[in-house]
Design a protein around this ligand. Structure first.
Ligand code: ADP
Length: 261
């Protein structure tokens, strides 16, 4: 009987081993597909501006160089393409740093109200182009101290506010509000009354390169990396990010921060 038991134990062990290996292979396959999709997306995003630059340079070489006005305009357009390439590469760099955990947070105590004010000042012109009002539920003389990486949180807020302007309606409103939800947590909200997001697209918006409307978003610039950077930064702080949206009505992105008081 002891032989049978041994055999049973051995069979079970072999089965377990096979199952573990199967799972490992499945995980590897998923990762491999993800990697392939990611590589495909990168080359796609880089191709467009590269071809733009190339086409202007070639036209210049082809003779357009002779005319001074044309030359200047084509160089300006080629430079736009280069700027876009730099923008994408910078964002990719940021993402890869965030993903390998190589981004060290420099946490400090700072007044988030002053930070929001300074971002509003920087984005005022951009908002004015669509006549969007930037509204803040706090007076700039107030103070809410949080403990976080100031520069990274500036990036989070900037990305969210820029999105609210990109996908916001003409004459609309972007509102930032800050609230103490529990003693140790602060909730920062960025609300717009823009185009909103369809329910079916909601689970994907934080993915790298994902954009609901490819053509529309491209017109507005951006690369589909903004929200994925936002999510990474918030999660690196061990905080949470939320989104609520109604198609045609507007969106609200919010995230928590550690109350520094
Ligand atoms: P992008 O560079 O395209 O703006 P993001 O990662 O910042 O990339 O956002 C991903 C997609 O989520 C956008 O392309 C857009 O479709 C959608 N989105 C983001 N923010 C908003 C918003 N405030 N209102 C409506 N749609 C939004």
């Amino acid at each position: 009987p002891s032989v049978t038991t041994d055999m049973e134990v051995l069979t079970r062990e072999v089965e377990n081993y096979v199952n573990v290996k199967k799972l490992e292979i499945e995980t590897l396959n998923v990762r491999e597909n993800y990697r392939k999709e990611f590589m495909g997306n990168i080359s796609h995003e880089l191709k467009t501006p590269l071809f733009t630059v190339q086409s202007y340079v070639l036209t210049l070489l082809d003779g357009a160089m002779k005319d001074k006005t044309v030359r200047k305009e084509y160089l300006r357009r080629a430079n736009k393409g280069v700027e876009r390439l730099i923008y994408i590469v910078k964002e990719l760099d940021m993402i890869s740093k965030l993903e390998v955990g190589g981004l060290v947070l420099n946490k400090e105590y700072f007044n988030i109200i002053a930070l929001v004010q300074s971002i509003f000042d920087l984005l005022e012109m951009k908002a004015a182009k669509k006549n969007i009002s930037l509204v803040f539920d706090k007076e700039y003389t107030e103070e809410i101290v949080v403990n976080a990486d100031r520069e990274r949180i500036e990036q989070v807020l900037t990305n969210l506010i820029v999105n609210s302007l990109k996908y916001g309606k003409q004459d609309g409103t972007t509102e930032v509000s800050i609230e103490n939800i529990v003693k140790s947590k602060v909730l920062v909200r960025v609300t717009d009354n823009g185009e909103g997001i369809l329910k079916e697209n909601m689970p994907r918006i934080f993915e790298r390169f994902y954009r609901v409307d490819k053509s529309g978003s491209r017109k507005e610039g951006g690369s589909g990396l903004g929200l994925s950077i936002v999510k990474h930064i918030v999660e690196a702080h061990n905080e949470k990010i939320y989104v609520e949206s109604q198609f045609g009505i507007g969106s609200e992105f919010s995230f928590t921060l550690e109350n520094g008081k």
